[in-house]
Design a protein around this ligand. Structure first.
Ligand code: TYM
Length: 350
């Protein structure tokens, strides 16, 4: 018999900070779904609860947020039979490896992290050590399972690159052990806020700025109606998606914001497999943005109809969902404890 080829390892996580939105889906989860179906890959997907407590939060809400995110991901199609699906805090080795990585990570590398700077400016009264150390915990999340490919949105690329640096620092000091890690992006790695399309879609910008997967078709329509676009209905000439980004950075802020909003609507159509509609609409300018928004709302509502149904069913069985997470944690721990045993030996404490 031929020796079986080692499976490539995929690792990614999401913070339980509110409902899963179409940005998370476009940038990360749609890739998770595709990757878990590839038998040549070994996938680890988790709920990053320890990351989420670096932000201001209410302890009594956290447990429900974890369960809600588990429901969202399972309803999307994450299948615990195909991937190892668990909650980060159920596997203590994540924080243990983070500590070891702290000892090889230069502070100057963390000071460069744009998400840290961004978040620190948003929570000036709570710039805690965890927020600063956050990317090191993320590196531990990935390397604990020897993750090689990390399916994330574009905003997480800097953290994945840091993971590669930390693996190199560790390997240089102690000998080759951790693999090189690379990000894996979708073709919509950054959906934009509906209310300010110069920023990424994010829960932190408020409910009107994002579309949750759980939003009803009516809510989607209301949110999209208010979405920022430009006013002329005319696109810059010969504009492809790739060229758009280049063109847009050279324009005044108000123009950039408006056109970014339009491109965001196109990205949503691509997301739901309606690229033909984008072609049709761009061919018949001036574009009527009211009609475009109604169309996007309709398509998004349809695309996530099955999701909403599956989620309702799952929500009636929280005990079953908890059991799935417990089983996932057990599977993850088996790998994580082996890595940590090896790491303890490599660094000379055992
Ligand atoms: P988080 O929880 O902010 O986001 C989860 C995933 O969704 C992607 N994403 C987006 N993609 C496209 N457009 C958007 N507007 C958008 N907003 C979010 C994110 O890039 C991410 O892939 N630090 C991570 C969680 C994490 C992690 C990890 C990820 C913890 N440990 C290990 C990978 C590997 C975070 O805060 O993602």
């Amino acid at each position: 018999m031929m020796p079986s080829k080692k499976k490539q390892i995929i690792v990614s996580g999401i913070q339980p900070t509110g409902p899963l939105h179409i940005g998370n889906y476009a940038g990360a989860v749609q890739n998770w779904l595709a990757l878990q179906n590839d038998p040549s890959l070994d996938c680890y997907f988790f709920i990053a609860d320890y990351h989420s407590i670096t932000e201001n939060y209410e302890p009594e809400e956290k447990r429900a947020q974890i369960m809600d995110l588990a429901l969202d991901l399972l309803a999307c199609g994450i299948d615990p039979q195909k991937s190892t699906f668990f909650v980060q805090s159920d596997v203590a080795e994540h924080t243990e490896l983070c500590w070891v990585f702290n000892t090889v990570t230069p502070i100057s590398f963390l000071e460069r992290m744009t998400q840290f700077k961004d978040k620190a400016s948003r929570q000036e009264k709570n710039v805690n050590m965890g927020l600063f150390d956050y990317p090191v915990l993320q590196s531990a999340d990935i390397l604990l399972y020897k993750g090689e490919l990390v399916p994330v949105g574009v905003d997480q690329v800097q953290h994945v690159e840091l993971t590669r640096d930390i693996a190199r620092f560790f390997n240089n000091k102690f000998g080759e052990y951790f693999p090189e890690t690379k990000p894996k992006l979708t073709n919509a790695p950054k959906l934009l806020s509906l209310t300010d399309p110069l920023k990424k879609m994010s829960k932190s910008l408020g409910e009107k700025s994002y579309i949750a997967l759980t939003d009803s078709p009516e809510v989607i329509e209301t949110k999209l109606k208010r979405a920022v676009t430009e006013t002329t209905g005319v696109l810059p000439p010969k504009m492809t998606m790739e060229k758009f980004t280049e063109w847009n950075v050279t324009q005044p802020e108000e123009i950039r914001r408006g056109y970014a909003g339009v491109w965001n609507l196109f990205d949503m159509l691509h997301l739901v497999g309606a690229s033909d509609e984008v072609e049709r609409i761009t061919a018949a300018q001036p574009i009527k943005y009211g009609e475009l928004k109604t169309l996007v709302a309709k398509r998004l509502g349809e695309h996530f109809a099955e999701f909403r149904k599956r989620r309702e069913v799952l929500a009636k069985n929280p005990t079953e969902v908890r059991a799935m997470l417990d089983q996932g944690a057990e599977k993850a721990r088996a790998v994580a404890s082996k890595t940590m045993e090896e790491v303890r030996k490599i660094i000379g404490v055992r």
